[in-house]
Ligand binder design. Structure first.
Ligand SMILES: Cc1ncc(COP(=O)(O)O)c(C=O)c1O
Length: 457
């Protein structure tokens, strides 16, 4: 959200020595007249040069490179709205195939009726899954003549901010398991005390945003299965596989994190992360159509035909779905396995180069997810914020941040290794990081930090 600058008269002054144009162009008001397409292109293109380089962006999990054939398909399908299922029936068929392939990859039971949809990202997928669980819980409580006033959900502080967003927007109490120094995920023992008959679902994460680790999904599953059999209380487990959903099925196919766990009723994944498509796509899959109350599915007919729809936004681009289909055909299971194997080995190579640095400690060495996370071994041993700035001077985008409650004293530097991050780049980043550390250390010798005075009591 932005505060609107409706009173601003600020101008662009893009003087192109008279070739394109040399008049001022308002920044915050619709210009009275237009300009040639070439001139508009040049202006926008030049402004965006100030953005970081997506190939050097290790902050984000989101795909920043696809093959030229994918770019061509994206261009060809830009004009198609995914919601217009009657007008673009083949796009809809592709959508259905893509969601089915993902359901199979996540071991949705073939003898049930798994259901799912593409979304704009994992946030929307999580909102849709949790809305369904909230509604199912309400219906069960109403049928038993019980109050539906105070739904809650249980999650770790390691969960992405979109979980808190769901809780606040849709009025569900978020019961959050805090982190601790040395424990940045959750397991059954932390979840159990927070559960009650008003818990609509438990969130478990496969590849956390903060440290790239995995919640103990097996133990949470066992806990929920026991509660269901002992107390007849069915609490669904939703797995947030935004980052891990396209890694683990290829790197550790025997790891049981998905619908093979009996209490997992829904899963989300970000296709725009390790599904390897450009930003704008996630997926939600339900174990069974009974997990999605049919009153939440809208049937619209004014675009022609009957179009069942479960989404927050109505219109959306179709090209990310097409691109996911392209990648599935292009790579197959084998291709994804090869890419995942390579990014993991590049992540491990990076971790190896960074593992013995004085004042820094690895908390994720890239062995399960292609994410390398370093922490300062003492809170003030290394200024990670400054280190991140110094890396930015070389073009690298490597974020430094503190971990969530109650591990805020731990600051970390996180590097996500993606497909287009080569072994050469591993070497270059490692050299630059070592160089930046030397600069930091020289600065602190030249300008030593004064010990902080204790505040007077
Ligand atoms: C674990 C996790 N869940 C959810 C999200 C939100 O995903 P999206 O950006 O696709 O909405 C993220 C984003 O990084 C994430 O890491």
């Amino acid at each position: 959200m932005y505060e609107l600058k409706i009173d601003s008269d600020e101008m662009h002054s893009p003087t192109y020595a008279g070739r394109a144009f040399s008049h001022d162009v308002p920044k915050y008001r619709l210009p009275a007249q237009g300009m040639s397409a070439d001139a508009a292109y040049q202006l926008v293109h030049d402004e965006l040069n100030l953005d970081g380089n997506p190939s050097l962006n290790l902050a984000s999990f989101v795909t920043s490179w696809m093959e030229p054939q994918a770019d061509r398909l994206a261009q060809e399908t830009l004009a198609k709205n995914l919601i217009d299922q009657d007008e673009y029936p083949q796009t809809e068929a592709v959508h259905q195939r893509v969601v089915s392939m993902i359901g199979r990859l996540f071991h949705a039971p073939a003898d049930g009726a798994p259901t799912g949809t593409a979304t704009i990202g994992s946030s929307e997928a999580i909102m849709l899954a949790m809305l369904a669980h909230k509604r199912s819980w309400q219906r069960r409580r109403e049928a038993a003549g019980l109050s539906t006033d105070r739904p809650n959900m249980v999650m770790g502080a390691d969960a992405h901010t979109c979980w808190e967003k769901f809780a606040r927007y849709f009025e569900v109490e978020a019961r959050v398991v805090p982190m601790e120094e040395g424990r940045y995920t959750i397991a059954a023992e932390q979840v159990e005390p927070l559960l009650d008959e008003c818990t609509i679902a438990v969130a478990g994460v496969l590849g956390t945003t903060f440290s790239g680790q995995m919640d103990d999904l097996e133990s949470i599953n066992e806990l929920l299965a026991r509660i269901e059999s002992e107390r007849e209380l069915p609490i669904p487990l939703h797995v947030d596989a935004a980052s891990g959903g396209f890694v683990v099925p290829f790197s550790q196919p025997d790891l049981r994190w998905d619908f093979r766990l009996s209490q997992v009723r829904s899963i989300n994944v970000s296709n725009h992360k390790f599904g390897l498509v450009y930003p704008g796509m996630g997926t939600v899959v339900f174990r069974d159509s009974s997990d999605l109350p049919q009153e939440l599915v809208f049937h619209i007919n004014y675009l022609g035909g009957d179009m069942p729809n479960y989404s927050l936004n109505f219109s959306r681009p179709s090209n990310s779905v097409v691109l996911q289909y392209f990648n599935f055909l292009r790579l197959g299971y084998e291709g994804y396995s090869e890419i995942v194997g390579d990014v993991l080995s590049n992540a491990r190579a990076l971790a190896t180069k960074l593992q013995d640095i004085d004042g820094l400690e690895l908390i994720n060495d890239g062995s399960t997810f292609p994410i390398v996370v370093l922490r300062a071994s003492e809170p003030r041993a290394t200024d990670l914020g400054e280190l991140s700035h110094l890396l930015r001077e070389r073009g690298w985008i490597v974020p430094a941040y503190t971990l969530p409650a109650n591990a805020e004293s731990v600051s970390v530097l996180r590097m996500v290794v993606k497909e287009n991050f080569s072994r050469d780049m591993v070497d270059m980043l490692s050299d630059d990081l070592h160089g930046a550390l030397r600069v930091l250390r020289e600065q602190s010798t030249a300008y030593p930090r004064r010990p902080r005075r204790r505040p007077h009591c």
